[in-house]
Structures are given as structure tokens and as C-alpha cells.
Design a protein around this ligand. Structure first.
Ligand SMILES: CCc1cccc(CC)c1NC(=O)n1cc2c(c1)/C(=N\C(=O)c1ccc(N3CCN(C)CC3)cc1)N=N2
Length: 293
């Protein structure tokens, strides 16, 4: 997607929709509904594709913002990667198009909204809800890693909830194909594993670490290495200074799983397929990946 190169031309539309047909989308193909949320680079709106009446989420990003933050290459990679992934726990990217000032991403609509708001509302999740979410994310990451894609930015802010209560990984802005691993710093510090904080080579096991951090935050309401100062968080991560508070009460099985994921040596972290066989997951996760309360 040569965003910059097409600046001068009028509305240009994208190609890929669902791989089969070539579809050139424009804004006129959609009725725009209510705003759903806002991010650093733009807003996301509820929208309906006029011909099919298909409900989607239209994410509008401002080219000026993207250029200012020099993230065009990340957006191109996000579109390239996410448009080719097909998994029930990965938000679909159906296509994109752009005009003079904006880039539009045509995304799957997740009807129950943002996970981080749900976590803030509940303070922390039950072990069954946490295990159900962690298992579905593990399945999505196994699928990604099988396609040599690592997400690298698994955190509550990048997770959405679908109409049936299922979790959807969104925002592949920091994902990469593993054959061209990057040493760049990315994401907020809390979720970064030691090898990324120390910016050394990293591989798919970075997502195992982040999933372990996420599991801890689902159960306790705060990430494990949180500290007032960045430098303290950094130190707690590289020292794997993992402590389990006395409240809320959490099973030893859950603590055992988290302790097997938050391991400094990336090769020693519990592989994702073994996570699905861990007693805490087997005893608590709903196999459908849907938390029914
Ligand atoms: C531009 C926004 C943004 C910036 C950065 C990263 C991300 C990915 C998470 C995003 N969002 C994004 O790409 N998104 C792609 C999306 C998407 C966001 C979305 N849904 C919602 O945002 C949403 C929000 C609230 C909602 N509620 C319904 C129930 N009510 C009780 C409360 C409200 C229902 C849906 N569907 N596809």
C-alpha cells in the first residue's frame, strides 16, 4: 500500500477483500453509523456495506498522523498480515482504501466492545473467565505462529469481544513475519519480555510471555511487573520479579501456569500447545472459547 505515493490522486481504492475477488472499495460503498472508539491515529465507526448490508467497523486513520509518527510501514505490515489471517479469535481485516487525507480499514465488527473496559469494570475476572480467554488467545497465537507471524503486542487494549462473548485479537500494528525479526522497541513496557526490553533477538515465544502477563492481569486486575517508574518496571521484568498478592485468592494451578510462562529464558517458556493441556486450563476454560458467566 503505497500510501505516500498516492497523495495527489483522488479517492483510490484497495484490492484484496477476501482473497478471491478483487474489490475496489470507496467511502460511497458504506453507510457510516455511530463512532465506536478513538485511537491515537483516528476513529472507528460502525458502518454498513450498502450492497450486502454487511455490518463492519470502519477505522479511519489520518495520513498526516501516520506520517508524523512514521508508522506507515507498520500499517502496511498490519494490513498485509491481518488481511491474510482467518481465525475466530482474530479480528478480520476485509480490505482497505484511502483518499487524499485518510486511510480506511474495513474491519470485522466486534459487538461487545473493548476487553480492557470490561476488565476495568469487573476489576478482575473469575478463573473460569480468565482461563477461557487465555485458551482462546493461545489457539489464535498457535495459528499465527504456524504462519510465522508473531503479534508482539498482546495486551488488554488490543483485545475486543465479539457478539457471542468470544475474544478477538485486533491491531496487528506491531506484528511481524518471524523471518525478518526486528530489534526495534515496541508496545508499552508492561507486556514486553526480557529479551525485548533488553532489545536482543526475539521469536514467537515473546507472545507466550505476553500471554502470561495478560493471564496475571485477568486474575489480579494489574500487570505483574507494574511500578511507578519505567526504570522500576524495566528492572522487575528483566529480573522476573514475579509476586502473587494475597488478594484476590487465586488457585495454585493458575499461579503454576503463569510461573511457567513468565520465564526469562525464552526457550524454557511453556509452549502454547502444552498450555492447552495445563490442568488449570483443562479444569476452567470453556472449550468453545465463549465465557457464559
Ligand atoms: C480506533 C480505535 C482503535 C485504536 C487502536 C486499536 C484498536 C483495536 C482494539 C482500535 N479499535 C478497533 O480497531 N476496533 C475495531 C473494531 C472495533 C474497534 C469494534 N467495536 C468497538 O469498538 C465497540 C466498542 C464499544 C461497543 N459497545 C457495545 C456495548 N455497550 C454496552 C458498550 C459499547 C461495541 C463495539 N469492532 N471492530
Amino acid at each position: 500500500m503505497a500510501i505516500a505515493a498516492e497523495n495527489q490522486s483522488q479517492e483510490k481504492a484497495s484490492t484484496e477483500v477476501s482473497g478471491e475477488e478483487k474489490k475496489r472499495w470507496t467511502l460511497n460503498d458504506f453507510d457510516i453509523g455511530k463512532p465506536l472508539g478513538r485511537g491515537k491515529f483516528g476513529h472507528v465507526y460502525l458502518a454498513r456495506e450498502k450492497r450486502s448490508n454487511h455490518i463492519v467497523a470502519l477505522k479511519v486513520l489520518f495520513k498526516s498522523q501516520l506520517q508524523q509518527s512514521q508508522v506507515e510501514h507498520q500499517l502496511r505490515r498490519e494490513v498485509e498480515i491481518q488481511s491474510h489471517l482467518r481465525h475466530p479469535n482474530i479480528l478480520r481485516l476485509y480490505g482497505y482504501f484511502y483518499d487524499q487525507k485518510r486511510v480506511y480499514l474495513i474491519l470485522e465488527y466486534a459487538a461487545k466492545g473493548e476487553l480492557y473496559k470490561e476488565l476495568q469494570k469487573c476489576k478482575y475476572f473469575s478463573e473460569r473467565r480468565a482461563a477461557t480467554y487465555v485458551a482462546s488467545l493461545a489457539r489464535a497465537l498457535i495459528y499465527c505462529h504456524g504462519k510465522h507471524v508473531i503479534h508482539r503486542d498482546i495486551k488488554p487494549e488490543n483485545l475486543l469481544i465479539g457478539a457471542q462473548g468470544e475474544l478477538k485479537i485486533a491491531d496487528f500494528g506491531w506484528s511481524v513475519h518471524t523471518f525478518n525479526r526486528r530489534r526495534t522497541m515496541c508496545g508499552t513496557l508492561d507486556y514486553l519480555p526480557p529479551e525485548m526490553v533488553e532489545s536482543v533477538e526475539h521469536d514467537a515465544s515473546v507472545d507466550i510471555w505476553s500471554l502470561g502477563v495478560l493471564c496475571y492481569e485477568f486474575l489480579y486486575g494489574v500487570p505483574p511487573f507494574e511500578a511507578k517508574e519505567h526504570s522500576d518496571t524495566y528492572r522487575r521484568i528483566v529480573q522476573v520479579d514475579l509476586k502473587f498478592p494475597p488478594k484476590p485468592i487465586v488457585s495454585s494451578a493458575a499461579k503454576d501456569l503463569i510461573s511457567q510462562m513468565l520465564v526469562k529464558e525464552s526457550a524454557e517458556r511453556l509452549p502454547l500447545h502444552k498450555l492447552l493441556d495445563h490442568p488449570w486450563i483443562v479444569q476452567n476454560a470453556d472449550p468453545s472459547g465463549i465465557f457464559r458467566g
